[in-house]
Design a protein around this ligand. Structure first.
Ligand code: HEC
Ligand code: HEC
Length: 241
């Protein structure tokens, strides 16, 4: 089930990967257009999985990119290029792209403002949802788990320059990512605060936070909080303070 859903777009990728990302770039250059105008064409190879404006698709494992802080997206593209995150199509697509080009792509998706999907209807129990809400908003002092909102913001829209919003993501995507930190297949720059937090969550906790987060409505103005505006309970290497 997992692998069928996640790999179905691979054929599309094989067809559009080169034509989309690289071909469009060459085309734009021959047409002598400024790089910014051709960005939509350049990222065609990405939109099959991430949506035309980075809004995501209804595939549970393909994340929304739109509106996340540019440096967060940039860090992820570098993580895929350097193997700190593993998903073969993503690793392959960014292998030969320069830092400068990755930064342009990150900025492009960060500036997109497509509407958020309606919040998911949860299929977990009310007790599980309540546990999720508790962890996200207040954490669990006994287990040394800080509130997710302490860094991801009260509105869960993230913080500049590099903390992502958690609204508009599917519950399966969220639990897969937190699970990847727990099992050591996803890494961020040291100190990797998400790895520390994930390792303190039980599998049930992960299900609970993912389920509650996916039922949340994005705020009316879903922009990330300004840099330095939240007092982070742990140091994170990817978020300079
Ligand atoms: C075959 C489908 C597919 C294609 C094509 C694709 N992606 Fe992805 N992308 C994914 C999946 C799935 C993930 C999550 C992978 C994981 O589990 O870590 C992801 C993750 C990402 C992330 C990290 C998002 C986050 O919130 O952490 C970024 C940034 C990204 N992709 C950008 C791109 C760009 C730019 C392109 C085009 C050059 C692209 N992707 C093409 C499927 C795809
Ligand atoms: C100390 C600050 C901090 C706290 C507290 C925190 N996070 Fe994070 N989180 C981060 C940072 C920084 C990143 C970006 C890491 C990277 O660059 O890959 C992140 C990334 C994430 C991502 C990846 C999003 C994506 O699009 O792939 C998820 C999911 C996440 N956090 C969930 C949580 C949950 C759930 C909690 C609470 C249990 C939590 N975080 C608490 C700092 C924090």
């Amino acid at each position: 089930m997992f692998s069928r859903r996640i790999f179905r777009p691979l054929l599309a990728l094989a067809l559009i990967g080169s034509a989309g990302v690289f071909g469009a770039q060459a085309q734009a250059q021959t047409a002598n257009q400024p790089a910014t105008d051709s960005m939509a064409a350049r990222v065609q190879g990405c939109t099959a999985c991430h949506g035309v404006h980075g809004e995501g698709t209804d595939n549970d494992y393909f994340p929304r990119l739109a509106g996340k802080p540019a440096d967060y997206l940039y860090n992820q593209l570098q993580n895929f290029r350097e193997g700190r995150r593993k998903y073969p199509p993503m690793n392959y697509l960014v292998t030969y792209l320069s830092d400068d080009y990755l930064h342009q792509i990150a900025t492009y998706f960060s500036n997109q403002r497509p509407p958020y999907p309606p919040p998911a209807k949860s299929n977990v129990s009310a007790t599980t949802l309540a546990r999720g809400q508790q962890l996200v908003l207040n954490g669990d002092t006994a287990k040394n788990i800080p509130a997710c909102a302490a860094c991801h913001g009260k509105g869960l829209t993230g913080m500049q320059p590099a903390i992502p919003g958690l609204v508009g993501l599917h519950s399966d995507y969220i639990s897969a990512q937190v699970g990847a930190w727990k099992s050591g297949t996803r890494h961020a720059k040291a100190p990797d605060c998400m790895q520390q937090i994930a390792s303190r969550l039980t599998d049930d906790d992960v299900t609970a936070v993912a389920a509650w987060l996916s039922t949340q409505q994005a705020p009316a103005n879903p922009v990330p909080a300004p840099a330095g505006s939240l007092k982070m309970p742990l140091k994170c290497g990817s978020e300079p303070q």
